[in-house]
Design a protein around this ligand. Structure first.
Ligand SMILES: CC(C)(COP(=O)(O)OP(=O)(O)OC[C@H]1O[C@@H](n2cnc3c(N)ncnc32)[C@H](O)[C@@H]1OP(=O)(O)O)[C@@H](O)C(=O)NCCC(=O)NCCS
Length: 220
């Protein structure tokens, strides 16, 4: 997250989508194999009520570990947001699956999105930005339906879904939310590429700073 001159400049460049004044710029980066341990740490830090909202049940640490071990970065896309001390404070998982007829699409695949943000980073636009990034990624992959399942009691997520214009179907305390996406355009491809470039720079600077601090801290 950037709340400095670079962040303000990026906002000026067009990173404004959904940006609220006073909030830091949130940069979303695609994660890979090197982030697996950080992703695990992020999920293990979620308390039981957050696990219920994110995974649909209060899954124990062992199941979270198995889920993270099974993440396939070639098949699915995992997005992340790091804070100033290089901790992963937001993770969005975009999984692609063959369309089964139940979802409103004309394409061969649909995408399902799940997201979590650490308590310390909530209310700053991280969840919304992860969602927007997932949506633009689907669009650029020519997937026209982004699907999300959440509990109807999850007011924050329902708000994000409504704000994004998702069609929401409620049943037995659960909500299926669908976002219909337009086809890719040169602008959508460019917008995603630019965001990823900035996020890579931000991530690298923070990773190096973290490594330097570790290296300079005297060993006990
Ligand atoms: C849902 C979650 C991802 C949101 O992350 P976040 O970074 O706090 O989200 P944002 O800051 O982008 O947006 C929160 C929005 O919800 C609004 N909001 C917060 N609490 C709310 C409530 N009780 N009712 C309605 N809206 C609420 C905020 O005002 C904000 O809206 P705005 O951007 O229009 O001002 C986070 O709370 C979380 O990780 N929860 C646990 C896991 C989960 O629920 N995952 C979703 C299921 S897939």
């Amino acid at each position: 997250m950037l709340d400095n001159p670079l962040g303000r400049w990026i906002r000026g460049l067009g990173g404004k989508r959904g940006h609220k004044p006073g909030r830091p710029t949130v940069l979303v980066k695609e994660l890979g194999e090197r982030d697996r341990r950080r992703i695990l740490r992020h999920f293990l830090a979620l308390d039981s009520s957050d696990r219920l909202l994110r995974f649909g049940s209060m899954i124990p640490d062992e199941q979270i570990t198995a889920y993270v071990n099974k993440l396939d970065f070639k098949r699915d896309i995992v997005f992340g947001v790091v804070n100033s001390v290089f901790q992963l404070v937001g993770v969005g998982h975009l999984a692609f699956a063959p369309a089964d007829g139940a979802k409103p699409t004309r394409k061969a695949r649909v995408a399902e999105f799940g997201v979590s943000v650490s308590k310390s980073a909530r209310g700053q636009g991280v969840g919304s930005r992860l969602f927007q990034r997932a949506a633009i990624n689907c669009r650029n992959a020519d997937v026209d339906t982004l699907y999300m399942q959440c509990l109807t009691s999850n007011q924050t997520m329902m708000h994000i879904a409504r704000k994004a214009g998702m069609e929401i179907k409620r049943e037995y305390g659960e909500a299926d939310a669908y976002l219909q996406l337009p086809p890719p355009s040169a602008a959508s491809v460019m917008a995603e590429a630019i965001e990823e470039q900035w996020a890579v720079i931000d991530y690298t600077v923070k990773a190096n700073a973290r490594a330097a601090v570790k290296w300079l801290t005297p060993k006990k």
